[in-house]
Design a protein around this ligand. Structure first.
Ligand code: CA
Length: 228
């Protein structure tokens, strides 16, 4: 969606040129020449960014910014006709996001607008926690690590492999033979019961991470499943 820029500037030509440059760059730009009208508009329909001239009829730019900052963190770029005013403005700590001095190049103002808007962008929300069967469990194949709510489970390679196989298909029941097949390359001389000790340890470690839960269920006489 296009960002809305409000230009508060009483020099009609300047306001018009800025609006055109901003529109050419895909912004929706509106202009207001009077400070009091601007204040009312800011309350009625706040833009995404405010370009605010300092000397205005009705209400001056400093008063507008002061009033605005009581209740709003709206990005504001102050525009002033004299460079020496910038120091004064900075000293006032009004909370403007940037300052532009007249005469300015409209291109430069557009660049400043973009940069201030980028900075004002809220930080990207953290990615959703990975889950398996509704639990905050992450199987990191590359690191060969399982994590619960971001905390690593200390698993042996065989325990990890077992968990990986079971968690890949929550709800599905795996027989001992299938699990054996999955974790031993060469299973000719491994008893199916060998699975049991790995599973026992894995389930114990999971029980520590999920105290009120038993993620791996044993189905008597059939096998094991990761509970979904
Ligand atoms: Ca002015």
């Amino acid at each position: 969606m296009s960002k809305k820029i409000l230009i508060v500037e009483d020099e009609a030509d300047l306001a018009q040129i800025l609006a055109e440059y901003l529109q050419r760059d895909g912004f929706v730009a509106t202009t207001i020449a009077d400070g009091l009208v601007a204040m009312a508009e800011l309350q009625r329909a706040p833009p995404d960014l405010l370009l605010l001239d300092l000397m205005l009829p009705g209400m001056d730019g400093i008063s507008i910014l002061r009033e605005l900052r009581r209740s709003s963190a709206l990005p504001v770029i102050m525009v002033t006709a004299r460079s020496e005013e910038i120091d004064r403005l900075l000293g006032l700590e009004l909370g403007a996001d940037d300052y532009v001095c007249k005469p300015y190049s409209p291109r430069e103002v557009v660049a400043r607008v973009k940069s201030v808007l980028r900075r004002a962008q809220p930080a990207a929300s953290p990615p959703a926690m990975p889950t398996v069967g509704g639990r905050p469990l992450e199987i990191d194949r590359d690191a060969r690590q399982a994590r619960v709510a971001g905390k690593s489970l200390e698993l042996t390679p065989k325990e990890f492999r077992l968990l990986q196989v079971l968690a890949a298909r929550p709800g599905r029941v795996f027989s001992r033979a299938q699990l054996l097949d999955a974790i031993y390359e060469d299973q000719f001389d491994v008893s199916e019961r060998a699975i049991d000790s790995h599973l026992k340890n894995l389930r114990r470690k999971l029980a520590q991470a999920f105290p009120d839960d038993e993620p791996i269920r044993s189905i008597y006489g059939v096998g094991f499943a990761f509970e979904s």
